[in-house]
Design a protein around this ligand. Structure first.
Ligand code: ZN
Ligand code: ZN
Length: 275
């Protein structure tokens, strides 16, 4: 025999249990987060100072130089004055990529952050850098994210490729799939440090290739090519050339930092790092 109001009582009990369960879950989650903050306090990515939220401390926020307009419509180099949409380099010899966007300037300050991420096992920084990159790339539409590859011997030595970490985080943030197996660094090149633009171009030419097994994924696709630092653009330009040769329709370059070559001469130490 079914008692009157049985359904209502059952429904009330279920709703009550769910509410209690949710409250308990939130409580446990909060306690675990507190415990994590006590055991692993969040630190500023640059100076290591303790901070309340992931990122930079107020002192470092003031020191970072964000790349902003006016800048070249193609290569993204910042202009002093808003008098042209293209820089002389892009007017005389446009690059193979269609657009390049960077978050901040690579200078003596940001160099510490980038080198920690690139060579210092600070892989956790990929998350923060990708969030910033995702924000500056808000206007872009793409089918595929491709990280700039490193030679497998270099990868073996470094144990990770920082651009793949950025691409993975970007995939998570924007939902565009990333594929690190398409582009390959086939030849080991000598470090780009200290080389002129033309020597860099010669040094890097022919060192990248497309994996034949994945080449079909490129045809007619809009690609975001991800790198940590844009120096002269020689590396991303060569990658873009190869990607377009294999059918990519558009290649947009997204980097965390970019070297403003005009300011390199004002720096006290060497700015350019091996790509
Ligand atoms: Zn700091
Ligand atoms: Zn330009």
């Amino acid at each position: 025999m079914i008692l009157p109001y049985t359904d209502s009582i059952l429904s009330f009990i279920i709703k009550f249990d769910v509410a209690i369960g949710m409250a308990l879950f939130c409580f446990i989650k909060e306690q675990l987060l507190n415990l994590r903050d006590i055991c692993f306090p969040m630190c500023c990515c640059s100076c290591g100072e303790m901070v309340d939220s992931e990122g930079l401390c107020p002192k470092c926020w003031k020191r970072i130089k964000w790349v902003s307009d006016p800048r070249c419509r193609i290569c993204g180099v910042p202009f002093e004055l808003d008098i042209s949409s293209l820089c002389p380099q892009c007017i005389s010899k446009p690059p193979h990529f269609d657009q390049a966007i960077s978050v901040f300037e690579y200078d003596d300050f940001s160099k510490t952050m980038i080198l920690k991420f690139k060579h210092g096992d600070a892989t956790y920084m990929g998350k923060l850098l990708a969030v910033w990159m995702h924000r500056v790339a808000a206007g872009l539409t793409a089918d595929l994210i491709i990280p700039v590859p490193i030679h497998f011997l270099k990868r073996l030595k470094r144990r990770y490729n920082q651009t793949e970490l950025l691409a993975m985080e970007l995939e998570r943030l924007c939902g565009v799939p990333q594929e690190p197996r398409i582009l390959e660094k086939e030849k080991q090149t000598s470090p780009q440090e200290g080389l002129t633009r033309s020597t860099r171009l010669r040094n890097i030419k022919g060192s990248f290739g497309v994996n034949p097994g994945y080449a079909r994924l490129l045809v007619g696709k809009k690609v975001i090519l991800v790198d940590d630092v844009l120096t002269t653009g020689a590396t991303v330009n060569e990658c873009a050339r190869i990607l377009k040769k294999h059918g990519a329709e558009k290649v947009m370059v997204l980097t965390a930092a970019r070297v403003n070559l005009d300011r390199v001469h004002l720096s006290t130490g060497p700015l350019l790092q091996p790509e």
